[in-house]
Design a protein. Sequence first.
Lengths: 289, 260
Amino acid sequence: MRAQERSREAASLVELPPEETTVDAMALTHLPSARGFLKPHRIVLMAIAGGLVFCAIWFLRWDWLPQYAGALAWGVGVSLLMLASTSILGFAFAVPIGLVQVTGPWPLKALAQGFCTIIRGTPLLLQLWLLYYGLGSLFPQFPAIRQSFLWPYLREAWPYGVAALTFSFAAYEGEVMRGAFAGVPRGELEAARAFGMSRWKLFWRIWLPRAVHRALPTLNGETVLQLKSTPLVATITVIDVYAVVSKIRQVTYLTYEPLLLLALIYLLLTALLVVAFRYFENKIPTRSV
Amino acid sequence: MPAMTERAEAIAVRDLRKRFGALEVLKGISLTAHEGDVIAIIGGSGSGKSTFLRCINMLETPSSGSVAIRGEAIALKGDGHGGLAPSNRRQVQRLRARLGMVFQSFNLWQHMTILQNVIEAPVHVLGVPRAEAMERGEALLRRVGLFEKRDVYPSFLSGGQQQRAAIARALAVQPHAMLFDEPTSALDPELVGEVLGVIGDLAKEKRTMILVTHEMKFARNVASHIVFLAQGVIEEQGPPEQIFGDPRSERLKKFISSVH
């Protein structure tokens, strides 16, 4: 019964009037409805796209694919692992960063604001290189670090990639969460206090879930952006799917085929993210006023 | 005030003052609600009615004075800015948890269904087993006529339905006393009746309640005691017949004629 209601609500969310679907189709985070595909202009465009895909499959060279399938799968795994670990870690940082900017004492507030300003104000590639080529070459000069249990990891490239991507996500999402925390109606927090909740309980039961729910559509888009920031780690020798494809291009002298495949892979991963977020968004339906 | 009875004091407020900066909103208010009293607080806007109500459960901290719930005084200490602050947060949380409050703007938690709203405080504050809280919550929702809506999110309900759900939420903590802060002021006129109906039923059950309201006719019908607040003091108080039938102070006379 409940599941039925939910799916009906989900359906009604997706089926917008025709003029809106056209606009919405441009937004990356919106999924078109099944009915929306059967418009004449869409059928023409889909036919052209189908033709292009057919040509790409028929006229281009794909014989190298089986040979590299394993490496590609592994690369996709690394990319996804990078995305998942840095999004989760980054979000764990983003929550306190957002919160202290709304309620924290001024030193913490200033610290959080400074962090967000610096990270958001400089290119991610620059941060990544500063960490890897800067810190990474500084560390070996200290015997204490070389002998520490962390050294086997600090010698690798991926910790610097994870750190840079985590900081980036934390800074951007910290700002998102600041807005989300501030946007939760005062009255709901007051009701929580009036019913005897401690600060801790108020935060975990009311403030945080309410803020996350408000921020979900934005977090969806930001996670998609994060996915497409992951290829930067290829520049510091982490072998993700982008690095695998670069390698394939070098070895096979093929230009377009590996790149087209790479585009397809990222497109599929993005679709996966959008669908997953949409599922969580629909779990708590809200009526837009 | 029913002083002759031996009913226990549910809420006792002594000489409560509240300043916002230079503005003194409450200028020494004392009020006792005994078990079963239905006290309606009336008065013009800016008279301090809501502030007074919010001081009872310390949503607003008084500048001076004292509040006792069922004989237990809320421990207060100086906050360093010339006002007071609770010195024992746990005590305030414990006492608040059994004062069911209903707000002007409902303040239902929007990320929870109606039933989840109702069982939230019993389960997560009072530690009632979930199954028991659900059962009681469903009974309460049936009572306010919202059983069918128990799995719906608040934003899909009308204002009147949301306020009835908020009343069920307040009842779910088995409150020693209920505080209503202008419960119908944010409602469309045609929805006021359904909410007043529920509150009227509760009053008939002799539940202890303090009610800030603009609904004079309603106050007259359900309250056992009326308090008229003007400019931060209790200008006049007494049983409804006296307040509405035979007002003494000029201010009250003017107020009653202005709202009728």
